[in-house]
Design a binder for this molecule. Sequence first.
Ligand code: AMP
Ligand code: MG
Length: 521
Amino acid sequence: MAETPGLPVHDARARILSTHAKIGLHLDYLGYAIRTDDLPLSNSFAALPPDFYTRLMPTPLPAPYFVAASASAAALVGLTPEQLSSPDMVEVFSGNAVAARSLPLSAVYSGHQFGVWAGQLGDGRAILLGELNGPAGPMELQLKGAGLTPYSRMGDGRAVLRSSIREFLCSEAMAALKIPTTRALCIMGSDQPIMRETVETAAVVTRMAPSFVRFGSFEHWYHRDKPERLQQLADYVIATFYPELTGEANPYTALLAEVTKRTARMIAHWQAVGFMHGVMNTDNMSILGLTLDYGPFGFMEAFDPGHICNHTDQQGRYSYANQPQVGHWNCYALGQALMPLIGDVDAAQAALGVYQAEFGATLEYLLHAKLGLQTVQEDDQVLFESLFKLMTAGHVDFTNFFRALGNFTIEPASPGNAVLRDMFIDRESFDAWALRYGARLRQESSIDSERKLAMDAVNPKYVLRNYLAQVAIDKAVNKDFSEIARLLAVLERPFDEQPENQAYAALPPDWASHLEVSCSS
Ligand code: AMP
Ligand code: MG
């Protein structure tokens, strides 16, 4: 996409709003309902100079209705699902009303998409309402799908119900899997038709994170050759989210090292649960190391390291096996953008150099836990690699295999071992692997029952399989939102057995083999 310098003011409302803001008056939003006490919002990002964003109002949707809310996300900002389903909140979180102290804005950023410099992107359909202070500290609330912004480019500023449900469920599922992620507070829907491959309907999903600043936010000022803006952004991020780095000799180098570390750790966690992001463009990489921008993501089912979850990604740049190296590449893009502040190539290289070690150590730790191993031994890599080779050859379901591995017994072999064996086509090869695994466990005097407990706490039984999301979506399209709530409840306890919800751990049905997810959302 071409860059668009000198953005026009969005529309008359935004102009008036920014005038109001300048004179410290933002209570009269031209006919928008004002809610005073319920949402005591502030907005630290808005304190940055005005060329970091455009102040604007969300575009109202006709007759909005409540679709879903996450109780655990709501609790982080001191709210409840009951409050969120009240008429006032439906108005606020569909973009039809603005809370009194909100300073809504869309942020500008740029980025590399599929490895190519894409120029200016920005919040094309996201509007930051401000932050709420809760038990977890300040959390920014952002509407996604709230209408056109100056950064919408060819888009319509909207999100469809389908993709909003996917983002909502996966954000909350990832949080329950203890993987760093942005959160999802609620979804509001409307019957307004939205054109995608077919006609769908509109929704707004409210996301939460301490910050939505991306690698691309830094790249933006680097490529615009605006070092003072770059520094303002870096200083804001460090002061607000990495205050411990302020005392470092060069806090910007320290920031690069810390973000690189967090990114490496996050991706190691993705690999360990078989999560595939699908669009790891630098504008979708969080400066806080959070999983950000859920679109054509997927969870690995039949194991295949080359699996591509995003139908639009024909080259497989963002395949499961490529994620770790793409994460590192993205950190390089951030490092490049920070160079005017770091000033020393060797220092930047050293900061970026922490990636491999951090990724390797985290993944090794997680794989040991997945296999129930308490000690680290020289040949463990071989044990892991031979297992993944067998799983690939046998198209073994990633989640179900690791969950079932918790039932492995050293001796005598129990029915659990036979269940595992039956998951493989080449059973003799699995027998050989199981023999090694058993010997390895015996070496550290592993106790079956204790190991199972530890393994069940790290190998989820329930993940957001595409078909599970699709069932919830199909019902929601017919105005039955009950399955979203049910599925959310299952995914909030991914490590619990939940015998009554056994069906949610089932392999995808035949109809699901035709499911395709793409960038269209
Ligand atoms: P994504 O690949 O979803 O992270 O989006 C890349 C860029 O496209 C971002 O700047 C988004 O804000 C923008 N974008 C995606 N979908 C839309 C849409 N429907 N309307 C406006 N902008 C969009
Ligand atoms: Mg994005």
